[in-house]
Ligand binder design. Structure first.
Ligand code: ZN
Length: 170
């Protein structure tokens, strides 16, 4: 799919911005896609022919999904579940994460972009990492500049997000 998107954009000299959006929160196109995917999933697919390449890809994905959803003692200990890694990646993508009110407001999933902890607007990535008075106390957990720590000190950053109650995962 990514190859196809890249080819289409290259052919038409187009830049394409693909944002991450949360599921199951009333976004019309997303809800429709989810509905159609669920509809397709319950249909009898035993007679649908697939090529060997697709069968291999489906098998590989199933094994990866199964192993990813089973945290190892090591990953659990360090608080780096798939969900926390997703949040970290979203924050690295200019803060396009549903843990930030500005992002939820921008996509129409929240009526306000105000920080739920201090009430200031907007609660964007800069606010969450630098300006929120509710996180001052915890900033000593981050070894350097918060923005750089998103990349260079992920374990400390996850701990910072967890204790400052921005991470929805225990
Ligand atoms: Zn705040």
């Amino acid at each position: 799919m990514w190859t196809l998107i890249h080819q289409i954009c290259s052919r038409n000299a187009t830049n394409l911005h693909i944002p991450w959006i949360p599921g199951h929160c009333g976004i019309a196109g997303n809800d429709e896609a989810d509905h159609l995917a669920n509809q397709g999933q319950i249909e009898d697919q035993r007679e649908v022919e697939i090529d060997l390449k697709t069968a291999k890809a489906v098998s590989k994905r199933h094994v990866l999904d199964t192993s990813r959803n089973t945290p190892t003692p090591h990953s659990r200990q360090r608080g780096r579940s798939v969900a926390t890694r997703v949040v970290l990646t979203q924050l690295r993508c200019n803060g396009e994460s549903p843990i930030l009110q500005k992002y939820l407001y921008d996509i129409g999933a929240s009526p306000s972009d105000a920080c739920l902890q201090c009430g200031q607007s907007p609660e964007d990535l800069h606010h969450a990492l630098y300006n929120c008075p509710e996180v001052d106390f915890f900033q000593s957990l981050i070894p350097g500049d918060p923005m750089e720590s998103l990349w260079e000190s992920p374990v400390e950053m996850i701990e910072f997000l967890r204790v400052s109650q921005r991470l929805p995962i225990a």
